[in-house]
Design a protein around this ligand. Structure first.
Ligand code: URA
Length: 205
């Protein structure tokens, strides 16, 4: 099964899972979207009004800022994969509850396993706390951290949520600066990978 098929199957599973919270209040499921082959997986919080209307993540004002910020580093929205920790809109856009995040977690984990990204960009504290519990975004934003995730090293880059950037000029500045470091983080990871694979290649010669 290729990545696209695996994602379609995962989406169908979520559609069928009647135990999931928030379903009754929401208009529709908001599944992840973007390139399944991307090295970058962006994880937000929960759908808002526009996402709930359209069934697509990050399509409101926060999404427009995310698109523009990706363009600053030469990426189109379609070049990355974009998703959320919670897949139905919480009523009145309230914060998702810990038990709601926990209910969606197995699906988020499966999605990450399918995409198998090099970098997970967490947008806001809810997705950051999935990988880095107890941390504060104001302290660690823009700083990559390697964590063991399902037995594998993955680089987490915690970013402010774009909605927070829209609320405060200083956060906006940081948000953009943090994104501008992403290409270098990817290059560093590629270099490390090269170092790891080189000895094997030499043996083959
Ligand atoms: N905020 C999020 O965290 N996710 C969305 O999809 C939209 C706004």
């Amino acid at each position: 099964m290729d990545k696209k098929e695996a994602l379609t199957k995962l989406k169908e599973e979520i559609e069928k899972d009647k135990t999931l919270p928030l379903r009754e209040e929401a208009t529709r499921l908001v599944f992840g979207e973007g390139s399944p082959d991307s090295e970058i997986y962006c994880l937000g919080e929960a759908p808002g009004f526009h996402e709930d209307q359209q069934g697509r993540p990050f399509v409101g004002q926060a999404g427009q800022l995310l698109n523009k910020t990706l363009e600053l580093i030469g990426l189109k929205r379609e070049d990355v994969y974009i998703s959320n920790v919670v897949r139905f809109r919480p009523p009145q856009n309230r914060d998702p509850l810990p038990e709601e995040i926990a209910a969606f977690q197995p699906y988020v984990d499966q999605e990450i396993e399918i995409i198998n990204p090099k970098i997970i960009v967490t947008l806001g504290r809810f997705s950051m706390n999935k990988f880095l519990p107890g941390e504060f975004i104001s302290k660690i934003h823009g700083k990559p951290r390697v964590v063991k995730w399902h037995g594998k090293d993955v680089t987490i880059v915690p970013m402010y949520h774009p909605a927070a950037a829209l609320r405060a000029g200083a956060v906006m500045q940081q948000f953009k600066e943090d994104f501008q470091s992403l290409p270098q983080f990817l290059k560093d990871l590629d270099k490390e990978e090269e170092k790891e694979t080189k000895p094997e290649q030499m043996e083959l010669v």
